[in-house]
Design a protein around this ligand. Structure first.
Ligand code: PXG
Length: 294
């Protein structure tokens, strides 16, 4: 396996960074998780846009242009002859001294890993996933905005630890107001029919304190294309319990049906029809969008 490290492709064993790197010392940096399908990098530009926006928010100047970064990612995929898999792109503040001061870090570290992907068990796509609400609240946007995809994932990891204790693969995190935010590594959608049978997809707005997921964005586009009404709207837990369908979205997860939340059955308790149609279209997009990079 070849790893991209600061402009060079090096064997995995030689891909090492300094213990003085502020990514390691303080979680000072940003990252992306991207999929490769059929030698194509899915939604590459969107991921890069989010990476550069996150970097700007923390005043981290990435020493490559977006075009150069795109080429570096493609080069790493090609060097590993990866057909399908996962790319982890990391830009840290780089090595400095033991103080917080980012000005002491003259050179950001850039790492690109292209590897196999670890997925949820196949059964959850067939029969649906069981999730729970956890006590760990999503960070308040005015404290550390979850829209920044930073190397500080402790908030998410604390939630993940609660998932493990509850023996479920994923969980719902509320924001400081007690509204539904997102999951530890996925966004959430519900589908709900009104008293007259008209259905609508709903997902929390970015202002609820969430990561603006690329998969979430793709699903909103799919809904539009399929004429399924879809709105970004504050959701209470009640709305999730009352929903006819629910699903999670994420680069690794793709679209996962949720059939139980806090032991309440969602809809019929089986993956829903709208979820199935969206999943199918999403899979088609992953197979067909973009061009092969090697
Ligand atoms: N929310 C959070 C907090 C995330 O970390 C998503 C939503 C979904 O966003 P995308 O752009 O992927 O649709 C993410 C991203 C993992 C893992 O190993 C998952 C993510 C990031 C890093 C690692 O499960 N999900």
């Amino acid at each position: 396996m070849k790893i991209y490290l600061d402009g060079k492709l090096v064997p995995k064993e030689e891909a090492k960074i300094s213990v003085f790197d502020h990514g390691f010392l303080y979680g000072d940096g940003v990252f992306e998780g991207i999929r490769i399908y059929n030698r194509r990098v899915f939604r590459h530009e969107a991921h890069l846009q989010r990476l550069y926006r996150s970097a700007r928010a923390i005043m981290l100047e990435i020493p490559l242009s977006m075009e150069e970064m795109k080429a570096a990612v493609e080069e790493t995929v090609a060097a590993n002859q990866l057909e399908n898999g996962y790319i982890r792109l990391i830009v840290s503040r780089g090595p400095g001294d033991l103080g917080l001061d980012p000005r002491k870090c003259p050179k950001p570290t850039i790492v690109i890993i292209a590897d196999a992907i670890k997925l949820y068990p196949p059964e959850v796509y067939e029969s649906g996933m069981e999730v729970v609400t956890v006590a760990t609240r999503r960070a308040r946007p005015d404290v550390l905005n979850p829209a920044i995809k930073s190397l500080n994932y402790l908030n998410n990891i604390l939630a993940k630890i609660e998932c493990i204790r509850a023996n479920v693969p994923e969980c719902i995190m509320l924001n400081d107001q007690g509204l539904v935010a997102e999951c530890s590594g996925d966004n959430i959608f519900i589908y709900i029919r009104d008293f007259n049978g008209r259905g609508q997809l709903r997902t929390p707005p970015v202002s609820a304190g969430i990561l603006e997921g690329i998969t979430r964005d793709a699903v909103m586009q799919i809904a539009e294309e399929m004429n399924i009404p879809c709105v970004e709207r504050d959701l209470a837990l009640f709305d999730v319990y009352a929903a006819d369908e629910a699903f999670l979205t994420g680069t690794a997860a793709e679209v996962v049906p949720v059939t139980t939340v806090d032991q309440r059955k969602i809809g019929s308790g089986e993956p829903g029809e709208i979820t199935r149609r969206i999943t199918e279209r999403y899979r088609e997009l992953t197979r067909t969008e973009g061009t092969a990079v090697w």
